[in-house]
Design a binder for this molecule. Structure first.
Ligand code: FES
Length: 160
C-alpha cells in the first residue's frame, strides 16, 4: 500500500460523505501529499483506482493546483505570489530577496532539504500583499525583513 493503512481507511470512510467519489479527489491528494511529501507515480495510481478515475484525469487536477506536486519538495514550501496586486506592492523584489536569502531559484530546494521556493499566481490574499504561503501558513504585508524573520522561525522550528 502506498499510503498508511490508517489513511486508506480514513479515505474509505470519508468518501461515503461525498456525493460522488471523485468529489473527494482534491482533499485526498492533499492528505496523501501531507503523508508522503509529494504525489509519486504510485500514489497517483493508488488514488486513481480509489476514486475511479484514470491516472491522466488525476494528473490534470494535480497540475492545476500549485499546492500539489509530483516532485519532492523541501520541508517548508515557500510560495511567493507575484500576481498583479502583490506585484504592485513589491512582490518581484521580494521574490528576488527570497532567492538570494535561500540561495535557490524558482521550483528549487535548498541543499539541506529544508526550503523549496516557488513563484505562484494569486493565493487569495490580494488586500494584504505582498503575500506568501509556507505550507498551510499565510504571511502578508511582507517586507524583506519580515521574510527573513519568518524563514528564520521555520528554520528554528525544524531544529526543535
Ligand atoms: S495578487 Fe497576490 S494574493 Fe492575490
Amino acid at each position: 500500500m502506498v499510503v498508511s493503512e490508517q489513511l486508506d481507511s480514513f479515505f474509505t470512510e470519508k468518501m461515503k460523505e461525498y456525493p460522488t467519489q471523485r468529489s473527494f479527489l482534491v482533499p485526498m491528494l492533499l492528505y496523501t501529499q501531507d503523508e508522503l511529501g509529494f504525489l509519486s507515480n504510485e500514489a497517483i495510481e493508488y488514488i486513481a483506482n480509489k476514486v475511479g478515475l484514470s491516472e491522466l484525469e488525476v494528473r490534470n487536477v494535480i497540475t492545476y493546483y500549485s499546492m500539489l506536486t509530483t516532485k519532492p519538495r523541501g520541508k517548508y514550501n515557500v510560495q511567493v505570489c507575484t500576481n498583479i496586486c502583490c506585484m504592485l506592492r513589491g512582490a518581484n523584489e521580494l521574490f528576488a530577496h527570497c532567492k538570494k536569502t535561500l540561495g535557490v531559484g524558482h521550483k528549487q530546494t535548498t541543499p539541506d532539504g529544508l526550503f523549496s521556493l516557488e513563484e505562484v499566481e494569486c493565493i487569495g490574499a490580494c488586500s494584504w500583499g505582498p503575500a506568501m504561503q509556507v505550507n498551510y501558513d499565510f504571511h502578508e504585508n511582507l517586507t524583506n525583513e519580515k521574510v527573513d524573520s519568518i524563514l528564520a522561525n521555520y528554520k528554528k522550528k525544524s531544529e526543535q
